[in-house]
Write a protein that binds this ligand. Sequence first.
Ligand code: GUN
Length: 283
Amino acid sequence: MTAKILDGNLLAQKLRADFKTRAEALAARGTRPGLAVILVGEDAASQVYVRNKVNACAQAAFHSEKIVYPPDVEPRRVLARIAELNADPQIHGILVQLPLPGHFDSEAVLKAIAPEKDVDGFHAENVGALMQGNPRFIPCTPYGIMKFFADAGIELKGKEAVVLGRSNIVGKPMAMLLMQASATVTICHSQTRDLLFHTRRADILVAALGRARFVTAEMVKPGAVVIDVGINRLPDGKLCGDVDFGPVSEIASAITPVPGGVGPMTITMLLANTLEAAEREVS
Ligand code: GUN
């Protein structure tokens, strides 16, 4: 079997065209969706992600502000800026790029964001709402992955779903969404015994562990749907995912490539959340 390629650029383009139309309709009524992105420090990958987020806003006719601090900034300055953004009517979404430098209490920073502007869905209140099955904002990466399933007509009900990775950003919310879609979910992590036992029975396999080409063909059940969240840089500078794409795509029924899979969808769902926040405010 050769897998169907789930093309994130294509799906992102389709969704973003709709977002632009909706953003312009809102702007005509006096409200342009606005996103503020805060970056602390000089991490190269974070700089690229933030630039891509701000560019995506411009293309979708959203207002955006990029706020950059040096790595040694005092946390209270960042907290003060977040308080201003919470009160700024031009801003509907606030995102603090993670990871923050070590002298920050990340949880305190995320909690400082007004929950109704927390477009990442990382505030404890929004995490709780998602857990209760009544989400205000769905974290962007798992939200984008759910869009792949919907767009490709991939049924989740009753399926065995295995998530590799237990992060707050991807693994945990992904597992919650799969469960709410009536899949049977297993979360595997670095201490999981007999990983092969779990991955080989997965109908849906989501790899979000951050290790280049970790998921090999022998770990995958023939016909499985494989979602690759990894973005790893190889010694030659090329990007690759957590999945050994070539051999796995020979046995999976559907697979996301890296680049061009989950990545563009993550940013797209950030736009979706910002737009939803603006639409909620107006309605
Ligand atoms: N760092 C890696 N992924 C993300 C994300 O989705 N949001 C934020 N704020 N930081 C990240």
